[in-house]
Design a protein around this ligand. Sequence first.
Ligand code: SAH
Ligand code: AVI
Length: 302
Amino acid sequence: MLEGLSRTPKTLPPKLLYDAQGSALFEQITRLPEYYPTRTEAAILTAHAEEICSRLGPDVSVSELGAGTATKTRILLRSLLQHQPHVDYFPLDVSDAALQSAKGELERELMAVNVHPHIGDFEDLTFIERHPPPRLVLYIGSSIGNLEQSEAISLLRNVARQLSNGDQLLLGVDLVKDSNVLQAAYNDSAGITASFNKNLLVRINRELGGHFEPDTFSHVSFWNETASRMELHLESTCRQSVRVDALDMTLRFCRRERIHTENSYKYTVECLEDLLKCGGFNVEHTWTDSHGWFAVSLGVVI
Ligand code: SAH
Ligand code: AVI
């Protein structure tokens, strides 16, 4: 935070959006009429779960990066249980609250799934290697879109490094589309995405003794066509100074100055498949929906 807030323009890494309240707000986002990614990916997974599972190795263990509450994962796990008697499932997330919810829901619904939650960051992926092969790694929900392309490639290479011959990765990515659809998804009429974004300030206040007045910042999001990404910012509505006690820092904002809080990159199928190849995977198959809004690709480690 210290590093990001000292920069010009000020930035914060999007992983900080997910404290317990942030994860709960993200869950609400996934149910918004404007936020098409979750239900579109869920529809792809539902339509093709059987085919996906039939392309996997026998008796796979499943790891998931940024699993959140694992709601869509249940579609795949349910189908996988038609192919093997039980599944060892290892969700990784920075959000303890999301993982607890994932574990509770999964154990209630799918008794044959053994859930082993791992609270942690993508920076350390060595936990994957400890899981029994053959392995399937899930990285769905277009979470890879919140990374810069160079970060995305190095993350995939890190994943590949933990895997053995024949291990697979299922990657879900949001696709480039009409900018009106994108704008609406990140500027919902109920203001949930705005609350999700501003919750970062509430979190800094609570955890770092920050003195932000969230009402003096507005949620700004827009489609940056050149960079192929949606951008999320918090914009100061006035000239102000904000003290953050734990950082021993006083932040100065001009009127309309922004903190850049998130990018959400949108890919084409071609770019997605190139990304997988650059990351160390051969693409086995890519599934999309009828609008071509979202893609799910299965890759095998090279
Ligand atoms: N996969 C779920 C959740 C997506 S939200 C879905 O498809 O709906 C993104 C999730 O990734 C959040 O739960 C967040 O806590 C987690 N996350 C974001 N950055 C992370 C990081 N650097 N390390 C681990 N988890 C991260
Ligand atoms: C988790 N991630 C893929 C979401 C996205 O769409 O980039 C986070 C999000 N931010 C605002 N709305 C949803």
